[in-house]
Design a protein around this ligand. Structure first.
Ligand code: UDP
Length: 327
């Protein structure tokens, strides 16, 4: 078997990556501490419970499976929380990643796929966000991801670690077969919150600010379907296997949608008005994050197939109606 170690494989993006890995002929080994992940999302390969900061446990897992590569998803990822509890972001996202990277190098596992974020770019007025845009994160989440990118570069120079770094824009949607999907506790992301509000599982959604410098005053984001996103990871893994070396890729579609536009698409797809109220800005939010890069398409051959807003909302909606969603 060809094992790939997937940290955070019990989480939203990690569980979709495990499914894609299995479909591509690999065996994903999920390494997850279940703090934000769910064991019942581990369906496509072995599960090893452990913390990123537990070097002994990591060494055991590397020795047991001898994975050909690491896909590193495990991280804290909430902008609001990163503003109020930055220490957790530095300890978990940076300290934990450092421990993992050191364990990978010690085990001779030198192909590394890392989930980074467009939040590393921060606020840029009227600038196309491509991979060369200066990284000026506005919050500890983005700063912690940028720091891990730096660690990967240093470890390449010192030990020959090769990395594909993906800077995600806003990931949404779910597996169309609804085997896995998005479930965070607490939920903070726009699409699942909207669906929960429609289903009456929570009070009205709060729109975080209508006074941004955008056409309708709400923040603009570039939404990418989770299945397209994980397809890019398989291509990234093959890129490393083919010896093409370290590379950074943005993963976004290049189309931006405001919060109000997402709400109106949601109404069209689900035939239901999203109950919502207008609220204050959320600390740490950028006005607009839209990818201006075609690198993943040109170099990896990545072609998003399901990343229309309507498809993402429809797939998320289907997952939320499925029995798997209930916990
Ligand atoms: N958003 C909102 N209300 C919410 C959650 C999110 O208005 O309850 C907005 C948020 O300000 C941002 C967009 O929706 O402009 C996407 O936020 P999300 O947390 O999903 O992703 P992020 O952009 O933080 O990665």
């Amino acid at each position: 078997m060809t094992y790939v170690l997937v940290t955070g494989g019990a989480g939203y993006i990690g569980s979709h990556a495990c499914k894609a890995l299995k479909q591509a002929g690999y065996t994903p080994v999920t390494y997850d501490n279940l703090v934000t992940g769910w064991q019942d999302a581990v369906k496509f390969g072995p599960f090893e419970q452990g913390d990123l900061t537990d070097r002994t446990r990591l060494d055991e897992v590397f020795a047991r499976y001898q994975p050909v590569a690491v896909m590193h998803f495990a991280a804290l990822s909430q902008v609001g929380e990163a503003m109020s509890e930055p220490g957790r972001y530095w300890a978990n996202n940076v300290g934990g990643s450092l421990c993992l990277i050191e364990a990978a190098v010690a085990a001779g596992c030198l192909d590394f796929v890392f989930s980074s974020t467009c939040a590393t770019y921060g606020e840029h007025d009227n600038v196309v966000l491509d991979e060369n845009t200066p990284q000026q994160p506005l919050n500890a989440y983005g700063a912690s991801k940028r720091a891990v990118e730096d660690i990967l570069r240093d470890f390449e120079a010192a030990y020959g670690l090769r990395s594909v770094i993906f800077r995600y824009f806003n990931v949404a949607g779910a597996d169309p077969e609804a085997e896995v999907g998005e479930f965070h506790q607490p939920e903070t992301h726009l699409v699942p919150l909207m669906i929960q509000a429609i289903k009456g599982e929570r009070a009205a959604l709060t729109v975080f600010g209508t006074d941004y410098d955008t056409p309708d005053g709400t923040c603009i984001r570039d939404y990418v379907h989770v299945c397209d996103l994980v397809d890019a990871h398989i291509l990234g893994l093959k890129w490393l296997e083919e010896g093409k070396g370290s590379r950074v890729f943005n993963l976004g579609t290049g189309s931006g949608f405001s919060v109000k536009e997402v709400l109106s698409h949601s109404r069209a797809v689900t035939n239901t008005e999203v109950p919502h109220v207008i609220g204050e800005r959320r600390a740490g939010d950028c006005t607009k994050l839209v990818s201006g890069s075609v690198r993943a398409g040109h170099e990896l051959g990545w072609e998003p197939k399901r990343s229309t807003l309507d498809q993402m909302i429809a797939d998320a909606w289907r997952w939320h109606q499925s029995g798997h969603y209930e916990r």
